[in-house]
Design a protein around this ligand. Structure first.
Ligand SMILES: NC(=O)c1ccc[n+]([C@@H]2O[C@H](COP(=O)([O-])OP(=O)(O)OC[C@H]3O[C@@H](n4cnc5c(N)ncnc54)[C@H](O)[C@@H]3O)[C@@H](O)[C@H]2O)c1
Length: 312
């Protein structure tokens, strides 16, 4: 099958491209290499900034490809300051990618949205039908992108899905708490700085489980548009993560809290996140490891690979 993976040089996109290539698919990666640098030699990498509609307009794409749109800037914290840049990377890039899909008569379109669209949800676990009240610019931009995907699907008949992802972790992570804690502990083994009160509690999915979910959803794309949560049935707190990661490194650091945003790690950080995943489970997906095991495995993967590199 023919795939177009935007953001395929990034963290999730690289793992997805590996899986697609290993299963014998043809993969064209569209990425501006602004943050992702990964390249699978079995795929075709086209360097393009998806914000630039002149550049995307010149692209020659295969017809009837399956699109997976991952390109974005996923950093909640920086979205609160670099608003216009985030709007472009998170929304304009989505519109231009949808245009590519429409013009090339895409077979289907999968968009990676985020659990952050719910904001501080009161209902836990949070179902797909719950109200969307994002509390970060990244969140509102994901919500706007979902609307664009739904509109294109309804108007141009493109089979589409938005996946609202919980936190994803695993080998080659370049951003998120796991590589952040490992890098901090490598610099200072005696103390660990924790942003917020450490009681933030979220659901984590191990990378291979996420890739299984994406592959399943692509194989079951039906006509129309749908939204699916992808998360674990349990959650793990930041304090628990600190314990798991220190333990993997054989350390017992003292925790030093930088609690400047009422317990949140940063402005726009959602404190508690747990998604209702009955809908994707009905399709046949279930994560193979819990949230805390996903964190432990990710720490182990990163430590085995020698040097987790932190981007943000
Ligand atoms: N990692 C997570 O925990 C998580 C959770 C929820 C949702 N998501 C979503 O999943 C997707 C992938 O996330 P990730 O963690 O792999 O992020 P990432 O930053 O590692 O990958 C994003 C990729 O997009 C590329 N890119 C950014 N702007 C671009 C542009 N204008 N044109 C072309 N390429 C561009 C980057 O170079 C990078 O390779 C994102 O849409 C993100 O919002 C991720």
């Amino acid at each position: 099958m023919q795939y177009i993976v935007t953001g395929g040089a990034g963290y999730i996109g690289g793992h997805l491209t590996d899986r697609l290539v290993s299963e014998g698919n043809e993969v064209m990666v569209l990425d501006d290499l602004s943050s992702g640098k990964y390249e699978n030699s079995g795929s075709r990498l086209v360097k393009v900034n998806l914000i630039d509609s002149d550049a995307t307009g010149r692209l020659q794409l295969p017809r009837k490809a399956t699109f997976v749109h991952l390109a974005a800037d996923p950093n909640v914290r920086s979205s609160m300051d670099n608003v216009v840049d985030h709007f472009d990377r998170d929304v304009t890039a989505t519109l231009n990618t949808l245009e590519l899909a429409r013009r090339s008569d895409a077979k289907s379109f999968l968009f990676t949205s985020s659990s952050v669209v719910y904001g501080d949800a009161k209902k836990m676990p949070t179902p797909e039908t719950y109200q969307l009240k994002p509390i970060s610019n990244y969140g509102i931009f994901k919500m706007m992108s979902e609307e664009l995907v739904e509109y294109y699907s309804r108007t141009y008949g493109i089979k589409s899905t938005s996946l609202r992802l919980a936190n994803i972790t695993g080998g080659r992570a370049t951003h998120g708490i796991v590589p952040d804690f490992i890098n901090k502990l490598r610099k200072d083994q005696k103390s660990l700085e924790i942003l917020g009160d450490g009681k933030q509690r979220k659901s984590y999915v191990y990378m291979t489980d996420l890739i299984d979910a994406i592959m399943l959803v692509i194989s079951r794309q039906s006509s129309g548009y749908r939204v699916l949560n992808v998360g674990n049935s349990d959650s793990v707190s930041v304090n628990e993560m600190a314990g798991i990661i220190s333990g993997e490194m054989g350390l017992k650091p003292k925790y030093v809290y930088r609690n400047e945003f009422g317990g949140r790690g940063w402005k726009g950080d959602v404190k508690v996140m747990l998604l209702d995943t009955k809908m994707i489970q009905k399709l046949g997906w279930k994560p193979s490891v819990s949230s805390s095991e996903a964190v432990r495995k990710a720490a182990s993967d990163l430590l085995d690979s020698g040097k987790p590199q932190l981007r943000h």
